[in-house]
Design a protein. Structure first.
Length: 165
């Protein structure tokens, strides 16, 4: 009986960027089942509600031809609780810089201690390593062009939101 390799790519994805899409696409090739998990960060003010972020990620993955990825949201309990629920033994995180590594490493160690969940770090593509969701939110709020940093569906959604505001 073959072992099914299941992983989770967690993040706020507020909004999902081309860098996120790159990490998700690469992780989907490494695992039999991949869950992209929109998480709630109480330390951040969200631009988009979680259900809208889930829908946008699903749309982006569909338009990019990325298949076999389950998109969900999680706002209660530990991330490793979600991993246990779906049978995932691996978290996948993208690293853009040494600062990201310093921030993510302690969490990776705690997740391993709490539940035996390992963290796989994928180094960001240099073409997108300077892009963060918070940077995209700032550029969008000030009326700048975010198209080079996000999938087309996200750019359309944020532009429509700006037109509504």
């Amino acid at each position: 009986m073959a072992v099914v390799r299941i992983a989770v790519v967690p993040g706020s994805f507020d909004p999902v960027t081309l860098g996120h899409l790159d990490v998700i696409r690469r992780a989907a090739r490494l695992f039999d089942r991949l869950h992209v998990l929109v998480t709630h960060n109480p330390g951040k003010q969200s631009l988009l509600p979680a259900d809208r972020r889930v829908a946008l990620i699903e749309q982006v993955l569909s338009e990019a031809g990325v298949q076999g990825v389950q998109v969900d949201s999680w706002s209660q309990g530990l991330l490793v609780d979600y991993c246990r629920r779906v049978g995932a033994e691996v978290l996948v995180k993208g690293l853009r810089s040494p600062t990201d590594a310093a921030y993510e490493t302690p969490m990776a160690l705690v997740n391993r201690d709490l539940a035996g969940v390992e963290t796989l770090f994928l180094v960001a593509d240099p073409a997108t390593s300077h892009v963060s969701s918070s940077l995209v939110r700032q550029v969008a709020a000030l009326g700048g062009d975010i198209a080079p940093y996000v999938p087309a569906a996200v750019a359309r959604a944020l532009q429509a939101g700006a037109a509504d505001g």
